[in-house]
Design a protein around this ligand. Structure first.
Ligand SMILES: [Zn+2]
Length: 298
């Protein structure tokens, strides 16, 4: 791990470049990164027809079905949506469900761009561009359904979106009552709320002034309300600036995310809290690093 708070590598305008570094060990797309990817590909994909799906490596988290190229060839892309950390490409006869996994990225590139190691499939569009999926660790996935995508087994059980109205103080209050789990682990439980990963859970708890190790059921109504707002704020801000730069995260347009520069505690162990100057503390919780300010958070 490089020193906490290291300056994000600025890639410059890497649009349409196949040489931007990708796939570092610490890269982990969370909801803002997936939303950034969706917004990046939307203008390039929607309205375009799929010339071909070229699968170079079908062994992703689940094997890409052999008949998928035949199923999607010739279909027009109607919408680019997102549910939790899934990208949904709605086609004329069905929907492609793409998950970026631990290290995946989807880029818009000219079709003739030479492939790199870990480029696993290309969705060739009639514009001359291709949506190219790169994933060093191959935890990503590609599925297709002709039914309602929200009924697909991967999506059917998902909890409310943190930016939708279903996620509110009342919902979080009900969810936290009687649960013997820490508030940070509750926030990261995708059966209760989707898309709040390690970075944003730490940051939201800082903003809500709540310590990550607190029992979820110990939070007051006021704290729950603050936390609900904080989750929305950190995700909205992160989406606005294109996700968090974790070493070399780049959006679909090849530009890096800048949310890292706005992080209060994440990966800032021993550095002064940006609000009060107290050294930020780090500990391990559920096998993930957690960061908090012992002075600002109660
Ligand atoms: Zn502080």
């Amino acid at each position: 791990m490089s020193p906490a708070g290291s300056i994000p590598r600025v890639l410059g305008d890497a649009r349409f470049s196949s040489t931007a570094p990708r796939g570092s060990l610490h890269f982990m797309p969370e909801l803002p990164e997936v939303e950034t990817t969706r917004r990046g590909i939307e203008p390039h994909a929607v309205g375009r027809r799929i010339l071909a799906l070229e699968v170079h490596e079908p062994r992703l988290r689940w094997r890409v079905p052999d008949d998928l190229p035949d199923l999607v060839r010739g279909q027009r892309v109607l919408h680019a949506k997102r549910r939790a950390k899934y990208l949904l490409l709605e086609l004329e006869s069905g929907t492609l469900l793409l998950h970026l996994g631990m290290s995946g990225s989807l880029r818009v590139l000219p079709a003739e761009t030479p492939r790199l190691t870990h480029d696993h499939f290309d969705l060739q569009l009639d514009s001359g561009s291709t949506l190219r999926f790169n994933d060093p660790r191959r935890f990503g996935s590609l599925h297709y359904t002709t039914g309602d995508p929200n009924e697909h087994p991967l999506l059917a059980e998902l909890a409310p979106e943190p930016l939708d109205t279903g996620f509110n103080a009342e919902y979080l209050w009900e969810t936290t009552r009687g649960r013997r789990v820490t508030i940070k682990q509750l926030l990261m439980n995708s059966k209760l709320v989707v898309g709040v990963g390690n970075i944003y859970a730490s940051e939201a708890l800082f903003r809500a002034k709540v310590r990550p190790r607190r029992q979820a059921r110990s939070l007051s109504r006021e704290e729950v309300a603050r936390l609900t707002r904080a989750v929305r704020t950190v995700l909205t801000m992160a989406i606005r600036v294109g996700g968090t730069t974790l070493r070399d995260y780049v959006g679909a347009d090849g530009l890096p995310g800048y949310f890292r520069q706005k992080l209060y505690v994440y990966e800032r162990a021993s550095q002064p809290c940006r609000k009060c100057g107290t050294p930020v503390r780090q500990f391990t919780q559920g096998q993930r690093s957690t960061y908090y300010c012992p002075s600002c958070q109660k």
